[in-house]
Design a protein around this ligand. Structure first.
Ligand SMILES: [Zn+2]
Ligand SMILES: [Zn+2]
Ligand SMILES: [Zn+2]
Length: 392
């Protein structure tokens, strides 16, 4: 039984409200995604992950050596390699050879989309329309990635394979619809400066890949933009890492102080080595759409957060602070570093990415702050394209 409900709040819209008290750290719910996909460049660069659930498919040693680009790096305490638990179960689609962490994932993928999505021997054929579409996307969306056209490709396969198409469409439509005239910004954010031209190219590649009559309702220009908008505004980033999971595991080991200090040094050295070569790109990264989690509103002082404790795409929503029955449950759509920025900077990110103006307690309290952007923001600043258009 769920201990929250989705309510319509006058003047605010949809909100998730707690129907019991939650203690800090308590799990509010966990949820599998409606759809998820690894990012296109992340796959291309050899980040091996289950094609269904994104669980890492490298052993710890393989992972560290690839990230450091050094086949001689050693890692201690390999008995705590988290992949040891599932490495024996790795499997693959017999036709196209995409890999899965388990028979369960293979069967689930077959059941929901892979029966029609399987490209068989064409998976590595550059001229296959799906690969052309993916390449078109990759050329306009370089790392760090925030989305992938392959998420939409998977949605199309789910639709094609679904025996309950109206139910599928209802679920898809339950993701926040875009507000007319605001959608441009999302495309701009996803596709960069030349977004109108990019959108046109992507649209043509999409129509070519889904030319069948059964996709007709998705291949109009407006329907395609809506799909892009759903991805742009609702998708949750997913990151899985065998290294991060191992670090968490060994950091909790009951070791004598001297051994602990030595282990910390070794972990620092490993991170320095992989950081030198892989930089910030340490994780298997992708994104997913979650039917429930996407209904949670943003707050700059969130009382809950999304976690991925199983090293796959299952999101676990946890209370950050005690939550009382009747309170709204909120998460932050900003990463930690963005949360520390000024109100003006936070609003800029939220406007550009999620198309709303935050009215959380922190933002209301800072409403009279001067409209200054935080200094750290300079690096990822886009142009001042929409400076004066707050929504009220
Ligand atoms: Zn899996
Ligand atoms: Zn296959
Ligand atoms: Zn706020």
């Amino acid at each position: 039984m769920n201990h929250f409900e989705i309510r319509e709040i006058p003047g605010k819209g949809r909100a998730m409200i707690a129907t019991k008290n939650f203690a800090a750290n308590e799990v509010i719910f966990e949820e599998e995604p409606f759809v998820s996909s690894q990012f296109s460049w992340n796959t291309a660069y050899g980040y091996a992950a289950c094609d269904h659930c994104m669980r890492p498919l490298e052993t710890l040693l393989e992972n560290v050596r690839r990230l450091a680009s050094d086949p001689k790096v050693e890692v201690p305490l390999l008995q705590h390699d988290p992949t040891a638990a599932w490495v024996a179960q790795f499997t693959q689609c017999p036709r196209c050879k995409v890999r899965y962490c388990s028979e369960d994932c293979l069967m689930e993928a077959q059941k929901r989309y892979h029966r029609v999505a399987c490209m068989g021997a064409f998976r590595l054929d550059d001229s296959h329309p799906i690969n052309v579409l993916n390449e078109t996307w990759k050329k306009m969306h370089y790392p760090p990635e925030t989305g992938t056209i392959m998420l939409i490709v998977r949605l199309m396969a789910m639709y094609q394979q679904s025996s309950k198409k109206s139910e599928f469409l209802e679920q898809l439509q339950s993701f926040q619809a875009l507000i007319v005239n605001r959608e441009q910004k999302i495309y701009h954010k996803m596709l960069g400066e030349n977004f109108e031209n990019q959108m046109e190219q992507l649209y043509r590649a999409f129509c070519h890949a889904f030319a069948g009559e059964e996709f007709a309702s998705f291949t109009t220009p407006d329907a395609f933009k809506t799909l892009m908008g759903i991805m742009g505004t609702n998708s949750q980033g997913i990151a899985t890492s065998v290294l991060a999971q191992w670090v968490t595991k060994v950091s909790d080991l009951p070791l004598p102080d001297a051994d602990k200090a030595q282990l910390d040094t070794v972990i620092d050295e490993i991170y320095a080595k992989v950081g030198e070569f892989a930089g910030e790109f340490l994780n298997n990264e992708g994104s997913g759409l979650y039917l429930l989690q996407s209904k949670i509103n943003h707050s700059c002082v969130p009382n809950s957060c999304s976690t991925f404790p199983y090293s796959n795409d299952i999101v676990v929503l946890k209370a950050l602070t005690p939550i009382q029955e009747g309170d709204e449950i909120c998460i932050s759509y900003l990463d930690e570093c963005q949360l520390e920025r000024s109100r003006h900077s936070r609003h800029k990110v939220l406007r550009e990415n999620y198309i709303f103006v935050c009215q959380c307690p922190k933002c209301r309290a800072q409403a009279s702050d001067p409209d200054e952007t935080s200094d750290e923001e300079d690096d990822d600043e886009m142009d001042d394209y929409d400076e004066d258009d707050d929504m009220n």
